[in-house]
Design a protein around this ligand. Structure first.
Ligand code: SFD
Ligand code: AMP
Length: 610
């Protein structure tokens, strides 16, 4: 395996062809007409990433052409939802460009719903517009295909390459083809990491035969974080994992229901419950509970408290809205275009939301940077907006030279969603092209040794299995190797119990974290012994390694921030209050690639918009 090596030399390499990656490929071609632009994607860009199943709404659209919202308004909205802190420069930059993503999608054939009264895009809520989006991803992928020189599908990128002639500069990436086993070496002058967020780092509520059913895509393996962390890039706000209120078991999103169908929640006894928890929440977070709209985490907090108090389950009141045949149709279509499993769960459990109010649940935590959360890499902002601490030359460039990010990969940019992630890809690509142009004739030096060493590391799980398999006559338990699924379940259990997952009601503290971090470190040693039976399992092995690094980062950040900033996402039992005096700041981490030691620091939150 891995004896056949495929080399690709390019100017701009895009890792991950999801929403950020497709935007990057499209824009790189626009600014870099004569540049070689390559996409390396784990799956197939037609149906890869979080948008694989389609989406029913574009959740970030200003509507500036009709005077609906301005970018400043969106910064205020995202800041409010994130309990006071986002990277306002990055958020504003995304918001001022995001509308054109919607316009492009429509031009490329995505069907938008329109208001019969105004002819404008039909609003689901203040920021969201509604689409018939089952084919959202193939439509956007087509534009990327028309732009890139080549799209390599089925390539699991495992590591970034580093330039050996200059410290702290990227030189490309390596990975393997999940179908052929070929070793792929991409030498590149600039790399844009757009490999998405992370599910399955905390134990999911659905285990066993249901373990594939999570809200965020089960194939989101934290690669965007792990690739960047391995290269020594700084991360920010990794403690800000997100918990979603979702329809039970199918994890169907609730936005269309709350905002368009105007449904509402109640406890098992038919009572409104959010006001019950108002004083309790105020004591923890102060005036943030009076903000409008109520921050997502605080809505979760009331939900979690009410269930803990014994008055669950929480129901979504659908019976009223579903009497209107139009709204009934929208309610079902919403899932058929985005989360088919929810419609299947209801059908299989005899739940007709016209007659029965369905149950909601709170999900296991996910790590991402584009929903009501902002974990990700610490990136430079745009030159016209960013204060000194937020700017080092190129928009969306990480703290490693030549390494850029988009979508879930970038920290500080909450509420970007699909359209904002695509937009960030465009912004990153524009800057990456400029970076390559500025390099002029300077060469990137990646030695054969670096390439050969990584090849050894990447294929090792296949050898572990081949050799270790001889020691057992049957079954799956070996004294010499761990299977990826066994490793995954161990990781999920530690994250769940020590770092604030569902089984402990999202609670952790300094002592639990200390132990959790130690257990994750032991796991890092053990995962040297992962055994992969075939190429598919080799992909699972590397997804697991990426999830572990993401988890370590989350645990380190959670330990560092000594307060409970987002009740409803997680609680630090030893520091149960929000502490604006000491922690109205962003958190930063760096893992030294040589020593593997983490260092943590604070970074200022600049309020650029008043
Ligand atoms: O309703 C490697 N999202 C929603 N956004 C919206 O605009 N509207 C909605 O309605 C949304 N909702 C929603 C959403 C997501 C999901 C799963 C559901 C519902 C059920 C969020 C968006 O989807 C999200 O913000 C963007 O997709 C983020 O973009 P990006 O580019 O950061 O991630 P990606 O699209 O998942 O793409 C990642 C790509 O990388 C590949 N990849 N490739 C090579 N090597 C590796 N090691 C790789 N690891 C990953 C992936 O295959 C993928 O192509 S609602 O809930 O709000
Ligand atoms: P969701 O379906 O929960 O992912 O939400 C889709 C969009 O609607 C996101 O922009 C959410 O922030 C927003 N949203 C969902 N529920 C509410 C709510 N109860 N109040 C305000 N905004 C919401």
């Amino acid at each position: 395996m891995g004896t056949n090596t495929v080399y690709e030399d390019c100017d701009v390499l895009v890792v991950g062809g999801g929403m950020g990656g497709t935007g990057a490929a499209y824009e790189a071609r626009y600014w870099g007409r004569d540049m070689r632009v390559i996409v390396a994607e784990k799956a197939n860009i037609d149906r890869s990433g979080a948008v694989a199943q389609g989406l029913y709404a574009i959740n970030c659209y200003m509507g500036t052409q009709w005077g609906e919202n301005n970018p400043e308004d969106h910064v205020r909205y995202a800041r409010n939802d994130l309990m006071g802190m986002v990277r306002e420069d990055l958020a504003f930059d995304m918001a001022r460009h995001v509308d054109s993503a919607g316009h492009k999608f429509e031009e490329w054939g995505l069907p938008f719903m329109k208001s019969a009264d105004t002819g404008r895009y039909l609003r689901e809520g203040k920021w969201q517009i509604m689409i018939h989006g089952e084919s959202y991803k193939p439509i956007v992928a087509n534009a990327a295909r028309n732009s890139a020189d080549k799209i390599y599908n089925r390539i699991m990128v495992t590591h970034l390459l580093m330039d050996e002639s200059r410290d702290n500069r990227v030189g490309g990436a390596v990975g393997f083809n999940c179908r052929t086993g070929d070793y792929h070496v991409f030498r590149a002058k600039a790399v844009i990491v757009a490999a998405g967020g992370a599910s399955h780092i905390f134990k999911p509520r659905s285990v066993g035969e249901g373990m594939g059913r999570t809200w965020y895509a089960p194939w989101s393996s934290g690669s965007a974080y792990a690739l960047s962390i391995q290269a020594g890039a700084k991360m920010t706000q990794m403690e800000n994992r997100i918990v979603l209120a979702r329809f039970k078991d199918g994890y169907g999103p609730v936005g269309a229901y709350f905002l368009h169908l105007k449904t509402y929640t109640q406890n098992a006894y038919g009572n409104e419950y959010e006001s019950t928890w108002y004083e309790d929440t105020k004591a923890m977070v102060g005036e943030y509970i009076d903000h409008h709209p109520t921050p997502t985490c605080l809505r979760n907090h009331a939900f979690i408290q009410e269930v803990k108090a014994g008055r669950g389950p929480i129901h979504m009141v659908t019976k009223e809205a579903f009497q209107d045949p139009h709204l009934e149709e929208v309610g079902w279509e919403n899932f058929l275009g985005m989360t088919v499993s929810q419609a299947v769960v209801w059908a299989s459990q005899d739940i007709d939301p016209k007659y029965i109010n369905p149950e909601l649940t709170t999900s296991e935590p996910y790590v991402m940077g584009s929903h009501a959360t902002c974990s990700g890499a610490w990136c430079s902002g745009p030159e016209d907006l960013s204060p000194e601490e937020y700017f080092w030359g190129y928009n969306r460039m990480m703290t490693v030279e030549g390494l850029f990010g988009a979508g879930d990969a970038v920290g500080g940019t909450a509420h970007a969603f699909s359209s904002g992630s695509f937009t960030e890809g465009r912004l990153a690509a524009k800057a990456a092209v400029k970076y390559v142009k500025d390099l002029k004739n300077e060469k990137i030096n990646v030695t054969d040794k670096q390439i050969d060493d990584l090849r050894e590391i990447i294929y090792k799980p296949l050898d572990n299995y081949k050799i270790g398999r001889n020691e057992i006559v049957g079954g799956t338990v070996s004294p010499s190797y761990l299977l990826p699924i066994q490793g995954l379940q161990r990781l999920e259990k530690v994250m769940d119990e020590y770092v604030g997952g569902t089984s402990v009601n999202y609670m952790t503290n300094d002592k639990l974290l200390e132990r959790g971090i130690a257990l994750l470190d032991i796991m890092e040693e053990d995962f040297e012994h992962i055994g992969a039976e075939d190429l598919h399992q080799l992909m699972r092995a590397w997804e697991l390694r990426h999830r572990l690094l993401t988890s370590q980062s989350v645990a380190q950040h959670t330990m560092f921030r000594e307060e409970t900033r987002w009740p409803g996402y997680y609680y630090r039992g030893d520091k149960m209050k929000l502490d604006d005096e000491n922690w109205h700041c962003l958190t930063l981490s760096r893992r030294d690639p040589e020593t593997k030691k983490w260092t943590m620091e604070k970074a200022p939150v600049y309020h650029i918009v008043d």
